[in-house]
Design a protein around this ligand. Structure first.
Ligand code: B1M
Length: 210
């Protein structure tokens, strides 16, 4: 079996140890971190999502698949990030209140670090108050909010309103993303930008910094 297929199967078949050792092997064979990410990890998680939607997988399977993906991401992270890159700015990242999905947010953070940004990750289930506290404390250039559920993306505008209330709205750019989020939703809630995936998130912050 092709090594990238081995990684994909490790995630899809919920075998974190297999996914991790196949990732280690692929790296030792000279595969690039980006190729592993784009050709194995992300497509595998898409398959898991499809199986979940079709009712073939339930939350426990999806959770183990997510753990497998995270284990592989931990291995490629240092290679994506590199070292000694000049800092271009600071971003506070977090998954919105009520939402526990963190793989996409972690990926965005990883790519931002790789592009030379300082990233302060607030984790998951982050309330508007916690975003505001972080803006006061960290003075970032960007607040980047992730939402994976239609029932939680509606909490995103709370962050914007809370920043306005504290007189901080013009101090940071608020960028939003996640599968159910769109450019029109970003416009509707008064966010400064929307990114469809982690690469576009990096392009977007770069545009603001220029
Ligand atoms: Co959940 N889940 N989940 N889940 N889960 C989805 C999102 C779902 C689409 C599955 C489905 O039905 N097909 C569905 C949401 C439906 C909806 O609301 N539209 C769903 C559901 C229903 C649920 C529960 C409610 C299930 C239940 O309990 N009955 C529950 C909710 C828990 C909660 O959050 N309160 C739940 C739980 C879970 C697990 C905990 C089991 C697990 C999460 C584990 C973890 O994250 N540590 C999980 C997973 C893994 C998924 C799927 C399968 C995969 C998500 C993922 O990691 N994708 C997902 C189905 C799917 O997406 N195919 C699903 C890979 C990741 C790289 O992509 O996160 O989209 P993504 O991130 C992308 C972009 O969106 C973008 O860049 C990333 C990289 O390219 N991006 C940003 C993301 N954030 C950004 C922020 C930015 C910019 C770009 O800032 C500017």
């Amino acid at each position: 079996m092709d090594i990238l297929e081995e990684i994909r199967m490790g995630i899809i078949e919920t075998m974190p140890a297999q996914a991790k050792s196949a990732t280690e092997k692929a790296l030792s064979m000279g595969y690039e971190a980006k190729q592993i990410l784009n050709d194995a990890l992300i497509p595998a998680m898409d398959v898991v999502g499809k199986l979940f939607k079709e009712g073939e997988y339930f939350v426990p399977e999806v959770l183990v698949a997510a753990k497998a993906m995270q284990a592989c991401m931990d291995l490629i992270e240092p290679l994506l990030i590199g070292s000694g890159v000049e800092k271009l700015g600071k971003a506070v990242t977090g998954t919105i209140e009520g939402d526990l999905h963190d793989i996409g947010k972690n990926l965005v953070g990883m790519m931002l670090k790789g592009a030379g940004f300082d990233v302060i990750d607030l984790g998951v289930d982050v309330t508007a108050e916690r975003f505001v506290e972080a803006v006061k404390r960290e003075k970032p250039n960007f607040v980047m909010i992730s939402a994976l559920l239609t029932s939680t993306m509606i909490n995103m505008p709370k962050v914007i309103k809370a920043l306005e209330k504290e007189g901080l709205r013009n101090k940071v750019k608020v960028l939003v993303g996640g599968a159910p989020v769109s450019q029109s939703y970003a416009d509707e809630i008064g966010a400064d930008g929307y990114a469809e995936d982690s690469s576009s998130a990096v392009e977007l912050v770069r545009k603001f910094i220029e």
